[in-house]
Design a protein around this ligand. Structure first.
Ligand SMILES: [Cu+2]
Length: 129
């Protein structure tokens, strides 16, 4: 599947969107930066738990839609083709945080909520070649 700049206009009118970023889809913002929004909640899952970006700048938002659980978001140390140190250390229920970073090396980056890795709250960001 092709992603990125070749995408046509979204099919939903803007007024019906709940947020400025569609959960789970990598899109390109007006400033040219690729964007992705993940959701997590009271279920120890990131949605999506796998997505692919192109080399370049990435703006990643994590939204905690849960009522009870606090999560975080970080790329697992020494598990990817290059280091990404940007992280969201603390994301309380109802909060949304955005980080930006740049990737250059193709490969898979594991990410996790370090509070809940034992419960399987992990995922994979692939940087395409
Ligand atoms: Cu968590």
């Amino acid at each position: 599947m092709l992603t990125g700049c070749s995408n046509e206009q979204p099919t939903l009118p803007e007024a019906t969107r709940t947020t400025d970023g569609e959960v789970g889809a990598v899109s390109t913002a007006a400033d040219g930066v690729q964007e992705i929004t993940l959701e997590t909640g009271d279920d120890y899952v990131f949605t999506p738990d796998a997505f692919t970006v192109a080399p370049g700048q990435v703006r990643l938002t994590v939204r905690n839609v849960g009522d009870q659980l606090t999560h975080n978001f970080l790329f697992t140390a020494d598990a990817g083709p290059e280091e990404i140190t940007e992280q969201i250390p603390y994301l309380a229920p109802g909060q949304s945080e955005t980080i930006e970073f740049t990737v250059t090396v193709p490969g898979d980056h594991r990410f996790e909520c370090s509070f809940h890795t034992a419960l399987g709250q992990v995922g994979t960001m692939t940087v395409s070649g």
